[in-house]
Design a protein around this ligand. Structure first.
Ligand code: XMP
Length: 531
């Protein structure tokens, strides 16, 4: 990888620490842009995988007793001063190893092979030709196939004893192996979808080389986390703030499974939710019989927001009031010493990353839970990726609508009324418009394909004509984006007939709206939300 600097090699705190009950594979992260994706793909193959920094001590790795090691790609050239090296002591562990891209080059260099800068790099889809039947790792796959590459340096000669398994136009040795010692390397990226046999190759390494049997599943996560929460909490009382989102809901369900009614959930309804959303949360949790305190705090929030139109001020007011209400409710419950948080594995990794990542997180946590409450944290999702959280939620019986809910900002509709005061009347207009948009997007079966889809209410009025009279009413802006992680996003190309239906319905059904516009900006330079 050349996109990132060596400095991007991150120090990551352990997600969970210690050896696990299920088999695991460790991914040593040399800072590549796909490192997280490698771990996700391995888990999709049914094997637990965790990311550790490339410089993790060999002792620590030994303690974890992994079934296999995967060395990720990275941004550096192996010859750059300070480039991370392959720790040769790893070989003493006699654990099967798969080097990917930089990971393979570092291994090859340390074992006496030849790595050099190729005349032309290979970035993107690349043709791969097998050599000598493809060996253990690639044997039986098509002689010619395509794969995804991202490199300039290449392996020109395999270390002694290794067999070269494939070549590409600029990589004389694009894959190699030394089966007797369990060492394997590939120049291309099996973790990206553009490598059609990538999953098959990963599976071969995991199953045939490392001897993993499939053990990682939503059921195993539930069993493991329930035990962990029981061990942590014992007889203690636990509180959980619900937002209606999938993370806090699944975290609450897991903890409830572990400690039953020692858990109390608090749902602070700030009145800035979407149509019927509060009711859905209450209904879902009452079906599970989970003690739930529903705080209807709409009036309090609206009073605090009255007359305010500065976006940052609105966010701060909502965040501060949220904490106040939560604290008041927590104080009413006796002996609570634990607080559930829906921290995800990507948060754990990011918080060990750059300051930039940390700033983004705290900004987005406005409306989240207080940081200085004197509770011990219970974080049952700390080792899960988002898609795994959804799978666990579905397994636990969370309604489909909540499992697949698109992200929704903590300050809710409060940051979607822009350029003016947040009032009940405007919230109702926005809620009605948003409900129509969601209904039509769901009916068109597009909801899950979109990262987010929502309406924005700019506080301006423009002229229209309806019937025989002129109107002077609000516009509604439709914002729908596709994205993988919200760091970048593209505007969704919604079908014209869908847009037409949404526009007609919004204008016909909502008296205070006479115009519908579509936001066609990507992020960057725009953001997803309007403020
Ligand atoms: P932007 O607008 O910065 O949003 O492109 C990126 C993602 O973050 C969400 N978002 C927030 N989430 N509190 C939150 O909990 C906030 O204040 C907030 N602001 C933005 C946004 O919905 C998108 O998914």
């Amino acid at each position: 990888m050349t996109e990132q600097s060596v400095a991007a090699v991150r120090e990551q705190p352990p997600a969970d620490g210690g050896a696990r009950a299920v088999e695991e594979v460790l991914v040593l992260d040399f800072g590549g842009q796909y490192s997280q994706l490698i771990a996700r793909r391995i888990r999709e193959c049914g094997v637990f995988a965790e990311l550790l920094p490339a410089n993790t001590s060999v002792e620590k790795i030994r303690e974890r007793k992994p079934k296999g090691l995967v060395l990720s790609g990275g941004p550096a050239s192996v010859y750059e001063p300070g480039a991370p090296k392959f720790p040769t002591q790893l070989l003493d562990l006699e654990i099967p190893m798969l080097g990917i891209c930089y990971g393979m080059q570092a291994m090859v260099l340390a074992l006496g092979g030849r790595v050099e800068s190729a005349e032309t790099g290979e970035f993107g889809r690349t043709d791969l030709v097998l050599r000598d039947g493809g060996g253990n790792l690639l044997g039986g796959l098509p002689e010619e196939q395509s794969c995804w590459m991202s490199h300039r340096d290449a392996v020109f000669e395999a270390p002694e004893g290794f067999t070269a398994l494939a070549s590409s136009p600029s990589s004389p040795v694009a894959a190699l192996e030394l089966p007797d010692r369990g060492l394997y390397g590939i120049q291309f990226h099996p973790e990206v979808v553009h490598t059609p046999y990538g999953t098959e190759i990963l599976t071969r390494f995991l199953r045939d080389v490392a001897g993993c049997t499939e053990q990682w599943s939503p059921q195993s996560v539930i069993a493991e986390q329930v035990e962990k929460v029981k061990a942590q909490v014992g007889d203690g009382r636990v509180i959980c703030g619900l937002s209606g989102g999938v993370d806090s809901s699944v975290a609450a369900l897991l903890v409830h499974k572990a400690v039953g009614d020692k858990l109390t959930c608090v749902f602070v309804d700030h009145g800035l939710m979407r149509l019927n959303e509060a009711e859905q949360v209450i209904e879902a949790f009452s079906q599970f019989g989970i003690p739930l305190v529903h705080v209807d705090a709409e009036e309090r929030f609206l009073e605090k927001l009255a007359g305010k139109d500065d976006p940052e001020e609105k966010r701060k007011i909502i965040g501060a009031e949220f904490i106040r209400v939560f604290e008041e409710e927590a104080a009413k419950l006796d002996d609570v010493s634990y607080l559930v948080q829906g921290t995800l594995y990507s948060d754990v990794i990011e918080s060990g990353g750059s300051d930039h990542a940390a700033t983004i997180k705290s900004h987005h946590n406005v409306g989240g839970l207080p940081e200085d409450l004197e509770f011990e944290l219970v974080e049952p999702l700390r080792m899960l990726f988002k898609d795994e959280v959804r799978a666990v939620g579905a397994e636990l019986g969370l309604p489909e609508r909540m499992v697949w809910r698109q992200p929704f900002p903590g300050p809710g509709l409060g940051i979607r009324i822009v350029g003016g005061e947040v009032t009940k009347e405007r919230l109702d207009v926005l809620r009605a418009a948003d409900a129509i948009l969601q209904e039509e997007i769901r009916a068109a079966e597009l909801y899950r394909q979109l990262w987010q889809s929502f309406c924005v209410l700019p506080v301006v009025r423009s002229v229209g004509v309806q019937g025989d009279g002129r109107t002077y009413a609000y516009p509604i802006v439709i914002r729908a984006v596709t994205s993988d992680d919200a760091m970048t996003a593209d505007w969704a190309r919604l079908p014209y007939d869908l847009l037409e239906r949404v526009s007609n319905r919004i204008i016909n059904e909502i008296r205070d709206v006479n115009r519908v516009a579509l936001d066609i900006s990507s992020k960057p330079p725009a953001t997803i939300e309007w403020e």
